[in-house]
Design a protein around this ligand. Structure first.
Ligand SMILES: [Cu+2]
Length: 295
């Protein structure tokens, strides 16, 4: 019997589509960063300006609250730094970012100690025209501006800088002892998922599926689940998952399950996220895939 290894990482496009189809915007990865920490701001460009063929320049204006430590050079591009402004300019049409080609432009710096929201205004220059991603949405309206600045949530220490999407728990009938929870996790600065707790289960663990000879088995990850910087890690049926055992109650469709996720970063700092996760597979999830109970 052979079961293909699950895809651990979604391609970048999928992650951007997850962010609400905002692929044409210049964005920072969702999930935020911890106040007072060193932060690598990776600006994603997913599309040339309207009616243009290629992106030829990116200029980031640094907000107060971000102290620049350095910028990552790009092959074939010239990097220049002025006060509170960093620019990359393509040296030729050949090195420009073509059409829908995705590019990352990376700054390193230190974040303010004060939790809040930072907006990085980004000017995208193209072979034809430009787009100034510089609008800051008003706090009191749900209206989305056409050219939003790149947003960074600066989080209080203890709040995990991790983005969670598409979370769900598989339903469990009365008498069933275990079930699974699934989601997509993105840690912009990298982290490990080291623990899970929930009032609905006696034991909650982070599991992986692994071939043992010919048999697919699952086991708890002894060191937790690594979330590499800016990569989306999918917990999905047949792959990584959160295992809920010794269920204390049925898990019924339409209900929601409180889950507390514990994380640790490379510096050993611990943080947590409190979630309310809906029960039942969302449309499009691989709900029919095998989620065995082969301990
Ligand atoms: Cu399991």
């Amino acid at each position: 019997m052979s079961i293909p290894r699950p895809n651990r990482f979604l391609p970048l496009c999928a992650a951007l589509l997850c962010a609400g189809g905002a692929s044409a915007h210049v964005t920072l990865p969702p999930g935020g960063a911890t106040a007072g920490s060193d932060y690598e701001a990776a600006f994603r460009v997913g599309h040339a300006c309207k009616d243009a063929q290629a992106t030829t320049g990116i200029t980031v204006r640094l907000p107060e609250g971000f102290t620049l430590a350095g910028a990552q050079p790009r092959a074939g591009w010239t990097l220049s730094t002025k006060a509170q402004e960093v620019s990359w300019t393509a040296d030729s049409a050949q090195t420009a970012l073509q059409g829908k080609e995705h590019g990352e432009f990376v700054l390193r710096g230190k974040l303010t100690d004060k939790p809040g929201t930072l907006w990085f205004k980004v000017l995208q220059s193209c072979d034809k025209g430009s787009a100034d991603w510089a609008q800051i949405p008003a706090a009191d309206t749900a209206q989305k501006p056409e050219f939003p600045a790149a947003r960074l949530d600066v989080l209080a220490p203890g709040v995990a800088p991790v983005d969670v999407r598409d979370a769900w728990v598989r339903q469990a009938v009365p008498g069933q002892s275990g079930t699974g929870a699934f989601m997509k996790l993105t840690a912009p600065s990298g982290a490990r998922l080291i623990g899970v707790s929930t009032p609905v289960a006696g034991i909650a663990e982070v599991h992986e599926m692994k071939m043992d000879g010919d048999v697919m088995r699952m086991r708890a990850l002894p060191d937790g689940l690594a979330l590499p910087p800016r990569q989306t890690v999918a917990l999905a049926p047949g792959g990584y998952h959160i295992m809920l055992m010794q269920l204390k109650q049925p898990i019924t469709k339409g209900a929601s399950v409180p889950l507390s996720l514990q994380f640790e970063d490379a510096q050993g700092r611990k943080s947590a996220l409190e979630l309310k996760v809906p029960v039942g597979a969302p449309d499009g999830a691989a709900a029919g895939a095998a989620h065995g109970h082969m301990h």
